[in-house]
Design a protein around this ligand. Structure first.
Ligand code: ADP
Ligand code: ZN
Length: 716
């Protein structure tokens, strides 16, 4: 029997023994058994004697009222059916199967035949933790020994081995296990965050500080306070590859690893996390955005690290921003939210300006580390051979670092070998058969790849259009092509390429990052993957190949994104004792964004950007919603789109405007034609209600998909 979560509201008779609001239950649905949550007393639409009864109430804590309110409100906000929100909150496989068994280890009564340093370490951990038990891996990891050492001790009874249900609590964290001595403005910030947690009331704080200023150390103080109070804490991170480093830090600070929740976690472990979060056996969860929907029993703190990161916006299924939902959730459970970033989103910056969020600044890097010196390389006066992208000035700077035994990073935000493949005979650019996107050559995989839908095909020999052979040529640089140039310019240097698609697994990527940090490469070439918080102590130069990329384009957030990315990448240089330099290759050094990056006058940049958005009435000073209609039938989408634009009464009633229909920037994805409408509204109007009324006017055929994206981040 497979039990699947139910996806709508249904009426059932309560089971023998009754049930309560919030209970997780198994109910019959046709021939199947499915699971659901009791949402309340029925409205008396059905005669109880005629409907089926709940099969059983499951043996897990009921969904709390705060969680139910949060789901209702987030469903209203994102215009998602409540049942779909509930599904997000029950997404753990085999949640309701009877627990399976596993082996755990605790202090035994026997004496080992002989002591070795490794054995002593194991016994010391057990002694240290009194009556606690561990899985084999946990115990071995904590003692820093191999699992065979633990097994050896178990054989002799010095360690006791037991079978227990698999979903065991996570090791206890100790809020005062160890800590660093905070310095300067770290002290004040940590104190404020601790007080915020101790207040047991909702608040949101922007923790702003350059990379390396100690934001993590400071928010770990808030976690410590939360643990001390016996409440639970959640830390959201944008990137799985970062988790390992973070877990180690948590272990150093609190004496054990926290629970993990992201796509790399096994199914059994997810189930354990879900259950333990509800039962109170997990004090701290580190995870990706969906961790927000875990059934925390008493959540007292949510940290959103790198809060500006675009991966916090879920772009498929339920469209939500984890940053905004974190704030919403916190209001229902009286928790503190910490939004940490070196380059906050304009939304958050504006909320702090308006006094809705508190703001704490860490103004300098910790210890000796200094901010890198930033300079532009004016590409208009550099001489480059054709199909080369590294200017003589940048080349000389890289050579200097390599000679000094330091590391240099070259940043280019383009995956693959070349962004375009062009036929030199007929001018054809090779595109995807299913999307309106160009195929990108990936020489490493010897294939063309569509970055939109993932479709791949072998590199053709003849042009698909004019059939002439041998005329297809790459145009422009991608990370792989840049690597070729680097090898040519620096034949003796060790070169590493960091691009998400060059690694078969998150683990392989992690290993490469560790190896680079330990000095395993002289020159690192990377895509935006490298912008995200990795620590390379020996890195002293960052060269940005094309700082202008991202300044073009009509995207509302182009300038903001470009600013954030450049600052983050530049922040990779000089994180340890050595001073770093960042060089930006640009054709427009006088562009306001480039100037703001170079001068480091961030507040000025944000104020200018804010003024422009206010003028245009766009977020965060106005509201937006993106509507995408898609169908295999192009006429159908344009017909409905046109009708929607005409019948805009409910929107006009709140002062909102509709733009479109227009082909979406990517007008075809996986064979479906896409049309976009954009709704712009003033800030404090009931946008969602108006949208619902507006959309309800239309009959939407089954063949057509309509999705509404509230506060869209991307326009594709
Ligand atoms: P951020 O999160 O702002 O990038 P981190 O908290 O990661 O900064 O700090 C950068 C580095 O400096 C880390 O290795 C961290 O352990 C160290 N560090 C920061 N503050 C202190 C302190 N007060 N004492 C000791 N080490 C610190
Ligand atoms: Zn495609």
């Amino acid at each position: 029997m497979t039990t699947q979560p139910i996806d709508r509201f249904l009426d059932y008779k309560s089971p023998e023994g009754g049930c309560n609001t919030g209970d997780f239950v198994e109910v019959p649905l046709g021939p199947r058994k499915v699971l659901g949550v009791i949402w309340g007393v029925g409205e008396g639409r059905f005669d109880p004697s005629k409907i089926r009864a709940v099969s059983r109430v499951l043996d897990v804590p009921p969904m709390g009222q705060d969680m139910r309110e949060f789901l209702v409100r987030s469903a209203e906000y994102t215009l998602t059916p409540l049942s779909q929100m509930v599904r997000l909150a029950t997404r753990a496989p085999g949640l309701f199967n009877p627990p399976s068994m596993r082996k755990i280890f605790r202090m035994g009564t026997g004496t080992p035949d002989r002591m070795t340093p490794a054995r002593e370490k194991v016994l010391a951990v057990l002694e240290d933790y009194g009556d606690m038990s561990f899985t084999l891996k946990e115990l071995a990891d904590m003692a820093g020994v191999t699992s065979s050492v633990v097994k050896g001790l178990a054989k002799q009874g010095a360690v006791r081995e037991e079978d227990t249900p698999r979903d065991v609590p996570f090791p206890l964290l100790r809020h005062d296990f160890s800590g660093v001595a905070l310095e300067g403005d770290q002290n004040g910030a940590a104190l404020e965050l601790r007080e915020g947690v101790a207040d047991r009331a909702y608040s949101t704080v922007l923790l702003k500080g350059v990379t390396g200023s100690g934001k993590t150390e400071v928010y770990l103080e808030a976690v410590a306070e939360c643990l001390r109070l016996g409440r639970q804490a959640l830390v959201l991170l944008p990137e799985i590859a970062l988790t390992a480093e973070f877990l180690t830090r948590v272990e150093k600070r609190f004496g054990a690893k926290p629970a993990e929740w992201h796509s790399g976690v096994t199914m059994t472990e997810r189930r354990r996390v879900w259950r333990m979060v509800g039962a109170g056996g997990a004090e701290l969860v580190v995870g990706a955005r969906s961790a927000l929907f875990l059934p925390f029993r008493d959540l007292g703190l949510i940290v959103v690290d790198e809060e500006h990161d675009t991966s916090y916006k879920q772009e498929e299924g339920v469209l939500y921003s984890a940053r905004d939902m974190a704030v919403l959730r916190a209001t229902y459970c009286a928790a503190e939210v910490v939004l940490a970033s070196a380059t906050p989103s304009l939304e958050t910056w504006a909320n702090a300006e308006a006094g809705k969020y508190k703001r704490l600044d860490l103004s300098s890097r910790f210890g000796e580390a200094q901010l890198p010196e930033m300079r532009a390389i004016d590409m208009r006066s550099e001489k480059l051979a054709s199909n080369h992208w590294i200017s003589p000035t940048l080349k000389a700077a890289v050579q200097m670092r390599v000679d000094a035994g330091e590391q240099a990073l070259l940043f280019i935000n383009r995956r693959g070998y070349a962004p375009t493949t062009l036929c030199r005979a007929c001018g054809e650019q090779i595109g995807c058969d299913f999307c309106d996107a160009r195929m990108v050559e990936h020489r490493f995989q010897k294939r063309l790849v569509c970055h939109q839908c993932g479709e791949t095909k072998p590199m053709p020999i003849e042009c698909p259009s004019c059939k002439v052979e041998g005329k297809l040529a790459p145009v422009g640089p991608g990370v792989e092509r840049l690597a070729e140039e680097v090898t040519e310019l620096f034949p003796d240097a060790r070169v590493a390429v960091l691009s998400s698609d060059l690694f078969s697994s998150a683990r392989a990527l992690k290993e490469q990052i560790v190896s680079i940090a330990q000095g395993g490469a002289d020159i690192v070439i990377g895509t935006q993957l490298v912008a995200k918080g990795h620590n390379f102590p020996n890195l002293t130069l960052v060269g940005v190949i094309d700082a202008d990329l991202g300044l073009q384009g009509s995207d509302l957030r182009a300038a903001e994104r470009s600013f954030q990315l450049m600052r983050q990448v530049s922040g990779r240089a000089g994180r340890a004792a050595k001073k770093g330099t960042a060089l930006l290759q640009t054709f427009q050094p006088e562009h306001p964004v480039i100037r703001a990056i170079l001068s480091g006058e961030e507040e000025q940049f944000w104020r200018a950007e804010a003024a422009e958005r206010m003028e245009a009435g766009v977020p965060p000073y106005g509201r937006m919603a993106g509507i995408v209609l898609s169908s295999t039938d192009i006429q159908e989408v344009f017909d409905l789109g046109g009708e929607m634009a005409r019948l805009d009464g409910p929107l006009r009633a709140i002062g909102a405007q509709v733009f479109g229909p227009a082909p979406a920037p990517i007008a075809r994805v996986r064979g479906r034609h896409r049309v976009r409408l954009l709704v712009k509204a003033p800030k404090n109007v009931p946008l969602q209600k108006a949208l619902t009324k507006w959309i309800a006017q239309f009959k939407i055929p089954n063949t057509l998909r309509l999705s509404v994206d509230i506060d869209p981040q991307n326009f594709f």
